[in-house]
Write a protein that binds this ligand. Structure first.
Ligand SMILES: *Cc1c(COP(=O)(O)O)cnc(C)c1O
Length: 222
């Protein structure tokens, strides 16, 4: 079923949107099935789980760290991570820069924007993103590149509300793209999951993170 699910979603989203297959809690065998069908971008939420899977699965997989990332765990994923979606503080960005330098890498990052109503969501608010980009110290982080923004819409049935949230992130993205900073290349808007990726694409998303629609429901939710 994984192969069929992927084919259906791929056909729907087209060539210009990157599909990140969210494989958290799913066994390596499921990932291999998707890999065999041609999928290369996978997203994980937990560092420990990501490390185990990275060690045993094909080395040309692009691993996306999509969950909340603690500073003290950055060093473990720094050698291989493809894109870190959940940057939510300048402190974390500095840590990624430090660990990337140790491996002579430039690690691509997305700034997580907090738009949802829920209190528990991580991320910068709109003003904080603008302030970060205006602050000259970003330029000194030569081992990171900010590739764009990531967000999670509110977990609600109210699609009109989610749409407004997505549209506000698109507006912020367009603002960010105006900044001239060497390590800022505003190219990616990562928004949309199984329940709202079509809406997210209508609002300008070009990277969707889809889990349950590909791999089936998870036994526990995150
Ligand atoms: C789990 C998760 C997803 C995928 O969720 P589905 O509803 O299963 O598609 C996407 N993004 C993040 C940040 C997640 O934690």
């Amino acid at each position: 079923m994984i192969k069929e699910n992927l084919a259906k979603i791929k056909a729907e989203i087209g060539e210009d949107v990157c599909l990140v297959a969210v494989s958290k809690t799913k066994p390596a065998q499921d990932i291999l099935e998707a890999y065999t069908a041609g999928q290369r971008h996978f997203g994980e939420n937990y560092v420990q789980e990501l490390l185990l899977k990275q060690a045993e699965l094909p080395k040309d997989i692009c691993w996306h760290m999509i969950g909340h990332l603690q500073s003290n765990k950055v060093k473990q994923i720094a050698p291989f991570v493809h894109l870190i979606h959940g940057i939510d503080s300048f402190k974390l960005l500095k840590e990624v820069n430090k660990e990337a330098a140790k491996h002579n890498r430039v690690i691509d990052c997305l700034l997580q924007v907090h738009v949802a109503q829920e209190e528990t969501k991580f991320g910068f608010d709109m003003q904080e993103i603008q302030a970060l980009l205006q602050d000259g110290s970003l330029r000194e982080l030569k081992n990171i590149c900010i590739k764009g923004l990531m967000t999670m819409g509110s977990n609600t049935e109210n699609m009109e509300q989610v749409k407004q949230e997505f549209l506000s992130v698109k507006t912020l993205f367009d603002e960010c793209a105006k900044f001239q900073i060497p390590n800022l290349k505003c190219e990616i808007i990562s928004m949309g999951m199984s329940g709202d990726y079509q809406l997210a694409m209508e609002c300008g998303s070009n990277m969707v993170r889809v889990g349950s629609l590909i791999f089936g429901n998870r036994n526990y939710t995150n």
